[in-house]
Design a protein around this ligand. Structure first.
Ligand SMILES: [Zn+2]
Length: 198
Protein backbone atom coordinates (compact mmCIF):
# COMPACT_ATOMS: atom_id res chain seq x y z
CA UNK A 1 0.00 0.00 0.00
CA UNK A 2 1.24 3.49 -0.83
CA UNK A 3 2.46 5.58 2.06
CA UNK A 4 3.21 9.24 2.68
CA UNK A 5 5.34 10.87 5.40
CA UNK A 6 4.06 14.35 6.21
CA UNK A 7 6.36 16.82 7.98
CA UNK A 8 4.46 19.54 9.90
CA UNK A 9 7.07 22.31 9.75
CA UNK A 10 8.70 23.69 12.92
CA UNK A 11 7.39 23.22 16.47
CA UNK A 12 6.57 25.03 19.72
CA UNK A 13 8.88 27.95 20.36
CA UNK A 14 9.50 28.72 16.69
CA UNK A 15 9.10 32.49 16.12
CA UNK A 16 7.64 32.39 12.58
CA UNK A 17 4.30 34.20 12.78
CA UNK A 18 1.91 36.51 11.00
CA UNK A 19 1.00 40.09 11.92
CA UNK A 20 -2.23 39.18 13.75
CA UNK A 21 -1.36 35.99 15.59
CA UNK A 22 -0.88 33.12 13.14
CA UNK A 23 1.98 30.82 14.13
CA UNK A 24 3.55 28.67 11.44
CA UNK A 25 4.10 25.59 13.62
CA UNK A 26 0.43 25.59 14.67
CA UNK A 27 -0.98 26.16 11.18
CA UNK A 28 1.21 23.45 9.70
CA UNK A 29 0.22 21.04 12.47
CA UNK A 30 -3.44 21.60 11.59
CA UNK A 31 -2.87 21.41 7.82
CA UNK A 32 -0.82 18.22 8.16
CA UNK A 33 -3.46 16.48 10.26
CA UNK A 34 -6.15 17.39 7.72
CA UNK A 35 -3.93 15.95 4.98
CA UNK A 36 -3.28 12.75 6.96
CA UNK A 37 -7.02 12.28 7.45
CA UNK A 38 -7.74 12.89 3.74
CA UNK A 39 -5.05 10.47 2.56
CA UNK A 40 -6.18 7.74 4.97
CA UNK A 41 -9.77 8.21 3.81
CA UNK A 42 -8.51 7.54 0.29
CA UNK A 43 -6.72 4.33 1.35
CA UNK A 44 -3.19 5.71 1.60
CA UNK A 45 -1.11 5.17 4.73
CA UNK A 46 -0.02 8.52 6.17
CA UNK A 47 2.30 9.45 9.03
CA UNK A 48 3.62 12.61 10.71
CA UNK A 49 7.26 13.36 11.56
CA UNK A 50 6.36 14.90 14.90
CA UNK A 51 3.82 15.01 17.70
CA UNK A 52 2.03 18.29 18.46
CA UNK A 53 4.47 19.43 21.13
CA UNK A 54 7.68 18.18 19.49
CA UNK A 55 10.23 19.94 17.28
CA UNK A 56 12.59 17.25 15.97
CA UNK A 57 15.86 18.31 14.28
CA UNK A 58 15.64 18.68 10.49
CA UNK A 59 17.81 15.62 9.66
CA UNK A 60 15.61 13.40 11.86
CA UNK A 61 12.47 14.69 10.14
CA UNK A 62 13.99 13.94 6.74
CA UNK A 63 15.18 10.48 7.75
CA UNK A 64 11.59 9.62 8.66
CA UNK A 65 10.95 9.54 4.88
CA UNK A 66 12.72 6.15 4.66
CA UNK A 67 10.44 3.52 3.15
CA UNK A 68 7.68 5.93 2.12
CA UNK A 69 6.62 6.79 -1.43
CA UNK A 70 6.26 10.52 -0.78
CA UNK A 71 7.72 12.98 1.76
CA UNK A 72 5.99 16.37 2.03
CA UNK A 73 7.32 19.08 4.34
CA UNK A 74 4.60 21.63 5.13
CA UNK A 75 5.39 25.32 5.57
CA UNK A 76 4.05 28.83 5.19
CA UNK A 77 6.26 31.50 3.72
CA UNK A 78 7.58 34.96 4.61
CA UNK A 79 9.07 37.58 2.33
CA UNK A 80 12.57 38.99 2.78
CA UNK A 81 12.44 41.97 5.13
CA UNK A 82 12.52 44.63 2.39
CA UNK A 83 9.38 43.08 0.84
CA UNK A 84 7.62 42.17 4.11
CA UNK A 85 3.89 41.71 3.58
CA UNK A 86 4.12 42.42 -0.15
CA UNK A 87 4.61 38.94 -1.61
CA UNK A 88 2.04 36.19 -1.93
CA UNK A 89 1.17 32.82 -3.37
CA UNK A 90 1.85 29.10 -3.21
CA UNK A 91 5.05 27.37 -4.24
CA UNK A 92 6.30 23.79 -4.02
CA UNK A 93 9.97 22.79 -4.06
CA UNK A 94 11.19 19.50 -5.51
CA UNK A 95 14.70 18.12 -5.07
CA UNK A 96 17.53 19.16 -7.39
CA UNK A 97 18.37 15.45 -7.37
CA UNK A 98 14.85 14.41 -8.46
CA UNK A 99 14.04 16.49 -11.58
CA UNK A 100 11.34 13.98 -12.53
CA UNK A 101 9.18 15.37 -9.69
CA UNK A 102 8.75 18.80 -11.31
CA UNK A 103 5.28 18.02 -12.65
CA UNK A 104 4.14 16.55 -9.32
CA UNK A 105 5.34 19.72 -7.53
CA UNK A 106 3.70 21.92 -10.17
CA UNK A 107 0.35 20.15 -9.77
CA UNK A 108 0.48 20.46 -5.98
CA UNK A 109 1.25 24.17 -6.20
CA UNK A 110 -1.37 24.90 -8.83
CA UNK A 111 -4.19 23.10 -7.04
CA UNK A 112 -3.44 24.61 -3.61
CA UNK A 113 -3.14 28.13 -5.06
CA UNK A 114 -6.41 27.67 -6.95
CA UNK A 115 -8.15 26.39 -3.81
CA UNK A 116 -6.91 29.31 -1.68
CA UNK A 117 -7.55 31.81 -4.48
CA UNK A 118 -3.99 33.14 -4.44
CA UNK A 119 -1.11 33.43 -6.91
CA UNK A 120 0.51 30.24 -8.15
CA UNK A 121 4.29 30.60 -7.96
CA UNK A 122 4.67 27.02 -9.16
CA UNK A 123 7.33 24.32 -8.91
CA UNK A 124 10.81 25.41 -7.85
CA UNK A 125 14.19 24.04 -6.86
CA UNK A 126 16.61 25.66 -4.43
CA UNK A 127 20.16 24.38 -4.46
CA UNK A 128 22.72 24.70 -1.71
CA UNK A 129 25.03 27.66 -2.41
CA UNK A 130 28.08 25.65 -1.36
CA UNK A 131 27.11 22.50 -3.28
CA UNK A 132 24.70 23.06 -6.21
CA UNK A 133 24.14 19.31 -6.61
CA UNK A 134 22.48 19.27 -3.17
CA UNK A 135 19.27 20.90 -1.91
CA UNK A 136 19.30 24.06 0.19
CA UNK A 137 16.75 22.63 2.64
CA UNK A 138 18.30 20.21 5.16
CA UNK A 139 15.06 18.30 5.59
CA UNK A 140 14.96 17.60 1.83
CA UNK A 141 18.62 16.53 1.76
CA UNK A 142 18.00 13.99 4.53
CA UNK A 143 14.83 12.63 2.89
CA UNK A 144 16.59 12.18 -0.46
CA UNK A 145 19.57 10.53 1.25
CA UNK A 146 17.39 7.79 2.79
CA UNK A 147 16.03 6.91 -0.63
CA UNK A 148 12.56 8.46 -0.65
CA UNK A 149 11.77 8.87 -4.37
CA UNK A 150 9.38 11.86 -4.17
CA UNK A 151 10.62 14.57 -1.79
CA UNK A 152 8.61 17.80 -1.77
CA UNK A 153 8.59 20.99 0.32
CA UNK A 154 5.45 23.10 0.21
CA UNK A 155 4.97 26.80 1.08
CA UNK A 156 1.19 27.09 0.91
CA UNK A 157 0.89 30.88 1.39
CA UNK A 158 2.74 33.90 2.85
CA UNK A 159 1.96 34.36 6.55
CA UNK A 160 3.47 37.89 6.60
CA UNK A 161 0.93 39.00 3.97
CA UNK A 162 -2.21 40.04 5.92
CA UNK A 163 -4.66 38.73 3.30
CA UNK A 164 -2.94 35.35 3.20
CA UNK A 165 -2.49 35.21 6.97
CA UNK A 166 -6.29 35.43 7.19
CA UNK A 167 -6.54 32.31 5.01
CA UNK A 168 -3.99 30.48 7.18
CA UNK A 169 -5.96 31.35 10.33
CA UNK A 170 -9.13 29.81 8.83
CA UNK A 171 -9.36 26.07 9.50
CA UNK A 172 -11.85 25.69 6.66
CA UNK A 173 -9.25 27.06 4.23
CA UNK A 174 -6.54 24.81 5.69
CA UNK A 175 -8.88 21.85 5.30
CA UNK A 176 -9.61 22.78 1.68
CA UNK A 177 -5.88 23.15 0.96
CA UNK A 178 -5.20 19.74 2.52
CA UNK A 179 -7.95 18.13 0.42
CA UNK A 180 -6.38 19.68 -2.70
CA UNK A 181 -3.00 18.23 -1.69
CA UNK A 182 -4.58 14.83 -1.02
CA UNK A 183 -6.28 14.80 -4.42
CA UNK A 184 -3.02 15.52 -6.25
CA UNK A 185 -1.03 12.99 -4.18
CA UNK A 186 -3.70 10.30 -4.66
CA UNK A 187 -3.72 10.82 -8.42
CA UNK A 188 0.07 10.69 -8.50
CA UNK A 189 0.07 7.39 -6.57
CA UNK A 190 -2.65 5.91 -8.77
CA UNK A 191 -5.20 5.83 -5.95
CA UNK A 192 -8.80 7.10 -6.22
CA UNK A 193 -9.20 10.19 -4.02
CA UNK A 194 -12.21 9.91 -1.69
CA UNK A 195 -13.70 13.34 -0.88
CA UNK A 196 -14.93 14.11 2.65
CA UNK A 197 -18.47 12.94 3.49
CA UNK A 198 -21.28 15.49 3.11
ZN1 LIG B 1 8.78 27.06 7.61
Amino acid sequence: MASVMIDPGHGPGNPNRGPTGYREYEGMWTLSNFLKEALERSGIRAYLTRAENEDPPLPARGRAAAGHNVFLSQHSNAAPEEFAGQLGGTEVYYSVRQPENRTFAADLSYQVARTLGIQNNGAKTRASASNPSRDYYAVMRAAVDVGCPHVLFSEIAYHDNPAEEALLLDDNMLRAAAEAQAEVISRFLGVSYVPPPG
